[in-house]
Design a protein around this ligand. Structure first.
Ligand code: ATP
Ligand code: MG
Length: 308
């Protein structure tokens, strides 16, 4: 892991800024292209922490890039927004050290306002709902499931809205998703999200990681009417990753994601509070988990990945 301080704010003078998300900054390269820059910010329970996680931006960016390279070889009809990890020529040399590895150029697309969530295993809020009502996302589920078990019927699609900044995403039914984006796109998004999940689940399982659930976003290529995979994909920010060798049904799992941070926030009574500074140990442990996930999924060392 690099020793440099986490990058929580950054600005690029050479390009117009389009948007600031919880983690990323989006810049316009030209009409058709964006520079997608991942900071080291981390959010938990929808609140951004005051300090960052060392190298988190590059880890997320290079892991997404790995999936954008691998997934189309496994699903040949897949279209993604990924263009290149190279920086646009307008970026001055003085900013290369900051932006290299944490940026990718992507196609600028109209984003469907849906979070396409797919769950393979019953955990988190889904497990909570099931214990109360026997449903997940209001879908009736077989009785007798134990915590962290794989859904017997296979992965399930549980979409939510993409909330405006400061608001929480809201679970919606597939019918409501169809109201928002139209039936035909809603169907295509659901089908694509499920096949992406199962493809990635099998790929990750072979590398020692269980993808319990994940969130995809999609955009529309208006020229070709293609539904395109956008945003970050299959990272510890957008997914729950469990170590396969420690997996055991009937309990919560250890995970490679923000769980460590979330547990600390709950324990300290800081869940949902603004302005929280993570202690060094929490930041470093979280960085270690993200790095482990990266190395397992890509099969290469982090040190080698950042040298490129
Ligand atoms: P938000 O800021 O939307 O609440 P977030 O905190 O997850 O969500 P980030 O991950 O920091 O946001 O920023 C990524 C933003 O870029 C998301 O709003 C996502 O929808 C948007 N986005 C992803 N891919 C593209 C693309 N190809 N074209 C335009 N916007 C994109
Ligand atoms: Mg995001």
């Amino acid at each position: 892991m690099s020793d440099t301080n986490p990058v929580t704010t950054l600005s690029i003078d050479a390009l117009p800024k389009i948007a600031t998300g919880k983690v990323r900054e989006l810049y316009s390269v030209d009409d058709k292209t964006l520079l997608f820059v991942a900071s080291d910010r981390i959010s938990a329970y929808d609140v951004i922490m005051e300090n960052g996680i060392p190298s988190k931006g590059p880890l997320l960016n290079l892991l997404s890039a790995h999936w954008f390279n691998v997934l189309p070889t496994l699903l040949p009809s897949l279209r993604t927004h990924f263009l290149t990890l190279l920086l646009p020529s307008s970026i001055p040399q003085s900013q290369h050290a900051l932006l290299h590895n944490r940026s990718m150029q992507v196609r600028r697309l109209k984003i469907f306002p849906l979070e396409a969530i797919v769950r393979g295993y019953i955990t988190g809020s889904a497990w909570k709902e099931y214990t109360v009502s026997g449903t997940v996302h209001s879908i009736p589920i077989a009785a007798g499931l134990r915590e962290s078990q794989a859904f017997p019927q296979g992965a399930i699609y549980t979409p939510s809205t993409k909330a405006e900044a400061g608001e929480n995403d809201e679970n919606i039914s597939p019918a409501k998703a169809a109201d928002i984006v139209g039936q035909s796109y809603a169907d295509r998004i659901e089908k694509l999200a499920l096949s992406l999940y199962t493809t990635a689940r099998d790929y990750a399982k072979d590398r020692g990681i269980i993808i319990a659930d994940t969130k995809f976003e999609f955009g529309l290529d208006e020229e070709t009417d293609e539904v395109v995979l956008v945003d970050e994909v299959l990272t510890p920010d957008s997914s729950r990753f469990w170590p396969a060798d420690k997996y055991e049904v009937g309990r919560e799992q250890e995970s490679f994601d923000k769980q460590y941070l979330r547990d600390w926030l709950v324990k300290e009574g800081l869940k949902g509070k603004q302005g929280v500074r993570m202690p060094e140990t929490i930041a470093l442990e979280t960085a270690k988990k993200y790095k482990e996930a990266f190395e397992k999924l890509t099969g290469g060392s982090w040190e080698d990945a950042v040298k490129k």
